[in-house]
Ligand binder design. Sequence first.
Ligand SMILES: [Zn+2]
Length: 81
Amino acid sequence: MPERRAMAPKNYTFTCIECKQSKMLVLEENDVRRWNKGEKIQEVFPQLTLSDRELMISNICGDCFDEMFADEQGKTDGVEP
Ligand SMILES: [Zn+2]
């Protein structure tokens, strides 16, 4: 008898609080539960990109995250005063 794991992929939509763009990710409900319980996101979702994880953790997409970091490093990148 073949062993079947109880897989339950679901659609999760995460919206960036900065640019309001939303992105849908298909995740295992069990994995999301593990993550909510405090497991490290990179161990629960090793398949996701850094941007996706950032969006899940802080509700900020990769683009906005980059901008925030660029901000911290000073506003000297090609922007004329
Ligand atoms: Zn954004």
